[in-house]
Design a protein around this ligand. Sequence first.
Ligand code: BGC
Length: 640
Amino acid sequence: MRSLLNRFRSSRKLSPGNTHGNGVRKLDVMDGPPKNADESAAIIEELSQTFHVSLAQMKTISEQLKKEMQKGLNQEGATVAMIPTFVSGRPTGEEKGRYLALDLGGTFLRVCEVDLCGNKEFKIRQKKYKVPLSLKEGDFCDLCDFIAECLGSFIADLNPGGSILSTSSTHDHSTTTAGSSSSSSSSSSSSNDSTTNVNNNSNAAPSSHHESTVQPEQDKYQLGFTFSFPVFQTSINRGVLKQWTKGYSCTNSVHKDVVEMLQEAFLRKQVPVNIAAIVNDTVGTLMALAYSVPETAIGVILGTGTNACYYEQMKDIKKWDGGETATDEMVINTEWGAFDCERLCLPLTIHDRKVDRESLRPRQQMFEKMISGMYLGEISRNVILHLIDRHILFDGYSSNDLNKAYCFDTSYMSSIELDDTPDLQETRHILEDVLSIPSTSLTDRQLVKHVCKMVGLRAARLSACGLAAVLKQSNLVSAGCTIGIDGSLFEHYPDFESNMMQALKELFGPYIAYKVKLSLARDGSGLGAAIIAMLAHKNARRGDIPTTTSSPSSTSVAEEQPQQDVQQYQKEASVTENHKDEKSIKENGIQEQQEQVDTKKEIQDTNGDGKVPHQENNQKREQDAADVIEEVPKKQDETK
Ligand code: BGC
């Protein structure tokens, strides 16, 4: 069979007339494997052309995105949703208090205890749990129970001897919150060094008939819930899920209030926590970096999914009907991942169309599908398969492994791009050992490397188009700002940052590099959610929720908390710790992961983040998981 194929191939000639208009030869299904350097160069050139985003295209895309953003500010139901977040103003870095944060992202659930220490300093203890696939696709109530169990277990771990950690304290005398239209006059701007505000129409915990059976609100931990999906917020702690994105498709959740559902799970599982705020991960990232870098004006995620938020003038949020606000600006969650589902301007290839068609939600999140870590590997896999079908790669043979959708992880692309061994050994390892391609030639590996490079480069240039639109919309091109960015693509993907900056220079001129700083805000959303929870809780204490603490001193709530509450908590925690909750966590297949300081070592990731799995690293991680909590004192701007 092989020799037949080879004879067939050698009988074919590449047609010299089969070219692009610019003289680059276009290869078709009759092409054979590259036989010499020229043919190889022609295929490389073809791939470069296919994935190139020209300056003219970048201008069109960023202009179109800006227009769509404006539509989203004017009316509900626009493609780019432009969701008001009820967060305005900027943190001072002097905020203090201890809060919990949950971060449900594309791949992990992260649970954090955040100590805001003031002086731009903070401490985070955190733990990551891999979200099992079954829960991403099951009933949302089960996912909420899983989250509640992880949180309960985390709280129990924080209190090994049963001693309580201090709950949220509000000795944040340097920060104020602002009320909604109904309360703004009484609660706004009581302190002259306060700039961050949370607009809160109904800040009390979502109601439930179970409520009377658990602790009063003031005795609960206060939590900021980072939920990295499009949610239409109706207040700082209320939000209706618009749709799932990335790999999630839980039932019983779309158009429902996710905060209410999670709060009910906390009650079911006796987890003494009040959700004070729901926060998009971009907003958490923005607030986290702004805590230590005041010039931060935009928050971006470039990871499993992609999105951005920024400060918008209230007068330009034409659709806002939430009444008067305490400040004249509010953070807008753009949800830019949904941009151009009409396919007006994005340079879609046949490979993008195929990935979209076969995805969980065809014709949605088009921009995200060309940029984010969830999809880049799958696009590359499709290109590789196409080259195989054209008999250009691997003698025309794929493998069962490579034929599986989403098996070519985006982290493989990173590793392949980083492979600078003369015969591309790492690339060989991935193709032959991990993906079971029987044998690969150096030319094969070079071509695969080029595929990855082009797909990654296009993602960086499209991301820059997004940044350009947001910079223009917020009038920050000349003024300049810092952009807080989190996500594995930005953090780990080779040259992603420099490719983005290069594209920004093409769009705005070289001076933009001095005006706009792209700054890694690693895992910032936990810190940011805690800051927002603090502000929301403080707001609530001034309003609806009864509280035992009123002193604006620096005493923590733990010190203020009555002993009887400590005992009650200890009782609840021991239920969580000892019996069914712990057990069902194991049964649910939760993979606990200790947060690692060096995230480059964090390699297992089935959704496109991190690095290529190796056996020894998996073993190491299993050992690490036995260690429970790591304390990472840091300033946000020291992360890079
Ligand atoms: C979601 C956004 C989120 C982004 C990054 C997207 O799929 O729609 O809400 O911010 O992923 O996590």
